[in-house]
Write a new protein. Sequence first.
Length: 278
Amino acid sequence: MAVVYPTLKNPMFSNSIDSLQQSLLEMGYQLVIGSHEYNQKREVKVLQALVESGVDAVILVGTDHDDAVFGTLEMYDIPYLMMWSTDETSYPHTIGFSNRQAAYEIARHVIAKGHRKVAICGGPVEGNERSRQRRAGFLDALEEAHISVKPEWLIETPFSLDGGREAIKQLLQAGELPTVLICGTDLHAIGAMHQCQLSSIDVPGRLSITGFDDIEFASAMSPGLTTVRVPMHEIGVEVARSIVAIIDDKAPVEVLELETMIVKRESLRELTESERAG
């Protein structure tokens, strides 16, 4: 089996490889891994090389791919499955979760803590439905609560610790700080927390921060990072089972949507009544 990841630098993806690989090994399949570093044109080349090496099936991360990806799979008649996201697709062999719904839920949790001065930091949205739908989910909840986001508080930076650090620098340059920064990934959030430490910004006293993914480092931070737990292990197990079933022509023709959950830690605080009024 071949799987193409957007990156192997994010612990979220590298951690998911283990359950996928172990599950496939138990069923007699080896896993071949490629990555494209969020470059859709490079994904086409990576996929071409994997397909030409003689794989039985392909697993793609996300639902937004260049047309040439699907064209290559069709030309070689290779069965495939998409994982990690159930947004923006009607393809039946898809396993993951709704990024939009999960983002909406954590934003609602932030709002329930009394925050109305809200900034958002996410990764590039072009060619990435996960990033688009997380941003959309955050904004859905804020709009529902009649909270508007200042243009300078809607930040797009690379998927990295440096991207999170850059978000804090941009907020400082803009002048007034929000009371909370909602991040689209834990890497963004952890980078932001580090920059806050360097800039003498107390978290969560001066700025609350939330993440998304619940990578291992999220619980090791001080304060611990409030975030969305993604079912990384379950996705790996279900994808392995389903991709083998597709090869055997026994796969159910339906999208499998798994549950996420909010993990409450100390990086998000509840505002006092006077702070809410201010």
